[in-house]
Design a protein around this ligand. Structure first.
Ligand SMILES: NC(=O)c1ccc[n+]([C@@H]2O[C@H](COP(=O)([O-])OP(=O)(O)OC[C@H]3O[C@@H](n4cnc5c(N)ncnc54)[C@H](OP(=O)(O)O)[C@@H]3O)[C@@H](O)[C@H]2O)c1
Length: 363
């Protein structure tokens, strides 16, 4: 029988190859690998112009804490696989176009790839995982391997706004989720580095982020839906209507979302808060290293959550929720906040890697 790992350290840590290692998400992955009980930094790759450069010279480090000393002298390698890919663990923080081309090459060469990119999130044989919600979707890997002939695998994590939204919605399914209307206020770091020009962002709000609204709607349906051995069963459009508006705000890190929901069972405010506070799942049961003790933190203060105050809740892995109000017996509104490069990206990919390891998918 396969061993199920819980939070304890492994005797030999698994090296992680980081693609897109110089970007904002890649940097977070490297920061989060420091001191990880199961994983250690292996190779780092970025665009071809960086090959051979020292990581410490190539990166414009933007994480609040200093870069791990061990990463500084590592030399950047090509983002294409070589013989070392067989059995490797890869975290991809590549832009979508590069991910579309390169991630299948790694899976074909035998690596298990945990991807932050949007390229394959909606593919019909690629799991899109939030470990607290749909770990069962990992079953699709068998079909993926059969269909594509990959010895490795490709597992994706959602868009940075989708993760916060789906975590807040997951416990509300119990009340019958009929309608979701969400407006996001997304941090500038969500666009990568250098990202949005400062002259467009200072003293401003941009009421459009290309492709984002569609991702929020379709990814949410896939994550909250079911899975058969060879097909995902997304949440039906008639069953649950979802509408999103995405806005860029002059905030460094932390996506805030204003959400209204229509719930068939007409719960009161206390029922909903209780459901959020009681919500834990497989990552918590397995004590996965990056699993927050409380995936959802409900705050009573009337002016929370806020990016500055709440983005680091649960080391950036918890979603903070507040301002729950009942408009009538059917409709409630609330505000949520999650750290876009931690829970929304690097931490999401690492938690997926931990889940994959705990389930024996990296053996
Ligand atoms: N930022 C977020 O909050 C967030 C959240 C969720 C998901 N994501 C997704 O995560 C991915 C990375 O986002 P990011 O914000 O870290 O972007 P970023 O700051 O722009 O970083 C992009 C990275 O990709 C590398 N790269 C660019 N072109 C390449 C090529 N042709 N071959 C190999 N590497 C190449 C860059 O290397 P160079 O330094 O050499 O150019 C850099 O390391 C994207 O797919 C994004 O949509 C981002």
């Amino acid at each position: 029988m396969r061993r199920i790992y819980t939070g304890e350290a492994l005797e030999r840590k698994k090296p992680v190859i980081v693609l897109g290692a110089t970007g904002l998400v890649g940097q977070r992955v490297i920061a989060m690998l420091e001191g990880h009980p199961w994983f250690t930094l292996g190779a780092v790759a970025a665009s071809d112009r960086r090959i051979g450069a020292r990581y410490g010279d190539a990166v414009q480090w933007k994480v609040e804490t200093p870069p791990p000393a061990a990463a500084l002298d590592v030399r950047l390698t090509p983002a294409t696989p070589d013989a070392s890919a067989q059995g490797a663990l890869v975290v991809s923080a590549l832009p979508a176009d590069e991910a579309r081309e390169l991630e299948p090459l790694w899976a074909q060469a035998g690596a298990v790839v945990l991807s932050n990119a949007s390229a394959y999130r909606m593919a019909d044989d690629v799991p899109l995982i939030v470990p607290e919600i749909n770990p069962d979707h990992l079953a699709m890997i068998e079909t993926q391997r059969m269909r594509r002939g990959w010895p490795g695998a490709l597992i994706t994590n959602p868009n940075c706004s989708t993760i916060g939204l789906t975590l807040a919605l997951a416990p509300l399914r119990l009340f019958g989720l009929r309608r979701v209307i969400v407006t996001t206020f997304q941090a500038v770091s969500g666009a990568g580095y250098p990202g949005v020009p400062s002259l467009d962002m200072i003293d401003n709000i941009i009421p459009y982020i290309g492709g984002e609204e569609d991702k929020l709607e379709t990814e949410t349906r896939k994550i909250l839906g079911g899975v058969l051995p060879d097909a995902f069963q997304p949440l039906g459009a008639k069953e649950t209507r979802i509408s999103a508006t995405c806005v860029r705000a002059p905030v460094r890190d932390g996506h805030l979302e204003v959400v209204s929901v229509e719930l068939a069972a007409r719960p009161d405010v206390d029922d909903i808060v209780r459901a959020w506070r009681a919500f834990t799942a497989e990552p918590q049961r397995l004590s996965l290293p990056n699993a927050p003790a409380a995936p959802l933190v409900y705050r009573e203060e009337r002016d929370r959550p806020q990016p500055i105050a709440d983005r680091m809740a649960g080391d950036g892995m918890s979603v903070s929720i507040g301002r729950l109000r009942a408009h009538d017996t059917l409709t409630h509104s609330f505000v949520l906040l999650s750290h876009n490069t931690i829970r929304g990206a690097a931490g999401a990919a690492l938690l997926n890697a931990e889940l994959a390891l705990a389930r024996g998918l990296l053996d």
